[in-house]
Each structure stands twice: as C-alpha cells, then as structure tokens.
Design a binder for this molecule. Structure first.
Ligand SMILES: NC(=O)c1ccc[n+]([C@@H]2O[C@H](COP(=O)([O-])OP(=O)(O)OC[C@H]3O[C@@H](n4cnc5c(N)ncnc54)[C@H](OP(=O)(O)O)[C@@H]3O)[C@@H](O)[C@H]2O)c1
Length: 287
C-alpha cells in the first residue's frame, strides 16, 4: 500500500491516476504534515511513501522550514515507527543543505533527514516541471501578457534550462517505486533539451500566439524587486523561489531519464499545446 503526501498538488494530480493505471494501490495522505498523531494513523499498513508535500509555491521561508523540513522529520520518525519499507522523495536539482537559496537548502536538509532515517529511500532530484496548470510555462506566458510590448529576460535570458514534462516525471516516479536497484540512490532527472531561457520563452510565446520584444533585465534589479513583490502577494501564482533558477542552473545530463528509466522525455514543442488558449494573462491571479 502506497501513501502519497501532497497528492492534491501539481505532481500529485498526475501521479494518482498514473498509479491507478499501473494497478498500484495508493491513497492520498489527509491532514497536515506536522501532526504526529494523524501521521501515525495514516501510516498504518503503509509499505511505501511518495513524499510530495511541500510549500515552495507559497514562497515563505518560515513555511519551508515548518513543512518541508520539520514536516519531513515528523514523517520519517513516524514512518520508522510504522516499519515503512521505502520512501520516494521528490527534490530539486541543486538541493544542498548549505545552499544560500532557501528552497534548495530546505530540499537539501529534507534529503539528509531521509538519507539518515535508515529507511530505504529513492530521491528524485528534478528540474522544474511543466504541464497544464503549471507554475512555470503558464506564468511566463501570463506575465508576458501584462508586459506588452516586451517580455522580460532576467540576466539577458542566457541561463540554461532543461524543463521536464510532468507526465514523463510521473513515469519515472512510478518506476522508482518498484525498482530495487534505485534503493538508497539519488537520481537526477531533467528534460531532453537544454536551451537558454530566451529561446525557451520565444518558443512558448510563439505557441501561445504572443509577439513580444525581448527586454534583457539585469539580475541586480530583480534582487530588490522580488521581496517587494512577494511581501504583498499572499498566494502568488509564481513561486518566489522561481528566481533561484537564474542563479543555480537546473541542468542534468541530457539523457539522464533515458539512462535511468529507459525512455526519452517528450520534446517541449510536442507538449505545450495547452498554452494555446485564451485569457492566459489571468493565470497569474490564480493559485
Ligand atoms: N513542480 C515542480 O516543478 C517541482 C520540481 C522539483 C521538485 N518539486 C517538489 O515536488 C513536491 C511537489 O511539487 P508540486 O509542484 O506538486 O507542489 P504543489 O503543487 O505546490 O503541491 C504541494 C502539495 O503539498 C501539500 N501541502 C502543503 N503544505 C502541507 C502541509 N502542511 N501538510 C500536508 N500537505 C501540505 C499541498 O496540499 P494543500 O494544497 O492541501 O496545502 C499540495 O498537495 C514539492 O516538494 C516540490 O518542492 C516540484
């Protein structure tokens, strides 16, 4: 029996039907991560945990520590008590407990807790994922709708990106659950295309039907702007940690998924027809 935390989130919404299609018995964790009594109840009879619960979308450092780090610690304690046989944890490329970026630091700390738990684990470190209702491509296009006639390119748009389609990522997750060779391993995954942010944005805007003039914006300007913006935006459509990827490249080997999971991730241009819809500008006001 598999327990999925964060099953209602972006990844969870693709994962749950996929598990069902594969004939795996899974249920969504109900309740908050920091509630040991509830964790204990929910973990009864569970052999595998897929741990997706996280708060990066909220963009608050305090929540990251409370849920992503302390919540993982509670989960690991209760999982040990419940004799859980496997934890699959979704982390980020660049995760490091010593990182100066709050999200990558929290992911690094959570990874370390899981590695030291004594419970067999698999950690999937992923690049940022995209798909319908993402907080990545839809937000880039949604923001461009408001910055007419320009599209902003942080740092000139030279930073390399290697986004991965969420459905492909979920295939990796499902495989990881049943693969003994991935026990106690950290596996990095990313899409099959590495391209500069500026090129990626052009591709997205073309599909969405927007024409914009690229406007390079120095990173120095974003540093003071980001906290100002997120101090009043309570439920931001875009994570405050979005900017991290312009400082720490989210790059893995271009054939990482193929080597580990035996299939080639979809090409971006074949999986972004969901951007071809009207009123994407309003997307930035939705959670
Ligand atoms: N999306 C990506 O591109 C990406 C890439 C690499 C790694 N990751 C990591 O993968 C995980 C899942 O990502 P996602 O994009 O699916 O995130 P998401 O859409 O923001 O979903 C987060 C999930 O966590 C749950 N959650 C938040 N606080 C909780 C708490 N205190 N107790 C219990 N559940 C709580 C949410 O439930 P409620 O809505 O009920 O609060 C939601 O189901 C996160 O840890 C994220 O950092 C994501």
């Amino acid at each position: 029996m598999i327990l999925v935390t964060g099953a209602t989130g972006f990844i969870g919404r693709s994962l749950m039907p996929c598990l069902e299609r594969e004939g795996m018995i899974a249920r969504a964790y109900e309740g908050r991560m920091n509630d040991p009594l509830n964790l204990r109840k929910e973990l009864e009879g569970i052999t595998t945990i897929v741990h997706l619960a996280g708060t990066e979308a909220r963009g608050r450092d305090r929540l990251l520590h409370h849920v992503d780090v302390d919540g993982t610690e509670r989960l690991v304690e209760e999982a040990r008590r419940a004799d859980v046989q496997r934890i699959i944890f979704v982390s980020r490329l660049g995760a490091d407990p010593a990182s100066m970026h709050a999200l990558l630091q929290a992911k690094g700390q959570a990874e370390r807790l899981i590695q030291r738990s004594g419970i067999p684990y698999t950690i999937l470190r992923s690049a940022t994922l995209y798909g319908r209702n993402d907080r990545f491509f839809e937000i880039i296009v949604g923001l461009a709708a408001w910055t007419w006639p320009f599209v902003w390119l942080p740092g000139g748009g030279n930073m390399g990106m290697q986004p991965l389609w969420v459905e492909d990522f979920v295939r990796c997750l499902v495989q990881a659950i049943s693969r003994p060779d991935l026990i106690n391993k950290i596996v990095s995954v990313a899409g099959s295309e590495q391209l500069p942010y500026a090129t990626l944005v052009q591709q997205l805007l073309r599909v969405a039907g927007y024409r914009r003039i690229p406007l390079p914006v120095p990173m120095l300007l974003f540093r003071p702007l980001t906290p100002m913006l997120f101090n009043w935006w309570y439920w931001p459509a875009i994570s405050r940690y979005f900017m991290d990827r312009f400082f720490v490249p989210e790059i893995a080997d271009h054939d990482a998924v193929y080597r580990q999971f035996g299939f080639k991730p979809a090409r971006i241009r074949d999986t972004i027809s969901y951007l071809r819809r009207s009123r994407l500008g309003l997307r930035i006001f939705r959670r």
